[in-house]
Design a protein around this ligand. Structure first.
Ligand SMILES: [Zn+2]
Length: 121
């Protein structure tokens, strides 16, 4: 039995079915190596993570809003600032994109699989 909440399961990158097993081979939202390396199935409940061909392409629909949320403050700053140094904001935007890239990909996949696999604790 697990008492892990849905949100905790999504943000800690757990298997959606048991909320115990890891979605990725190496845990963490800020891993820059082997970002998308996943086991074939859950080590705890045997739920497959290879749902169907192309399943993970749909995860981009979850990743896209995440990176938009991260970049919006920079865009608003650039609009508000409107001077010759606005390029600094765009450098910040690029750095934020690079920094949050693994988070965007992994959280996107976690949200996506949690939408389709129900919890069976
Ligand atoms: Zn599991």
């Amino acid at each position: 039995m697990s008492s892990t909440s849905l949100y905790r399961s999504i943000f800690s990158l757990k298997c959606p079915r048991c909320r115990q097993g890891e979605l990725f081979n190496k845990p963490g939202l800020f891993r820059f190596k082997d970002v998308l390396e996943m086991p074939e199935k859950c080590t705890h409940c045997d739920q497959t993570f290879r749902i169907e061909p192309g399943f993970w392409i749909g995860a981009l629909w979850a990743s896209y809003p995440i990176i938009i949320l991260i970049e919006i403050p920079f865009l608003l700053t650039a609009i508000y600032w409107q001077n010759d140094h606005v390029w600094i904001v765009f450098v910040g935007m690029l750095l934020a994109f690079i920094l949050f890239f693994p988070l965007m990909l992994r959280l996107g996949r976690s949200i996506w699989i949690h939408l389709f696999i129900p919890f069976k604790g």
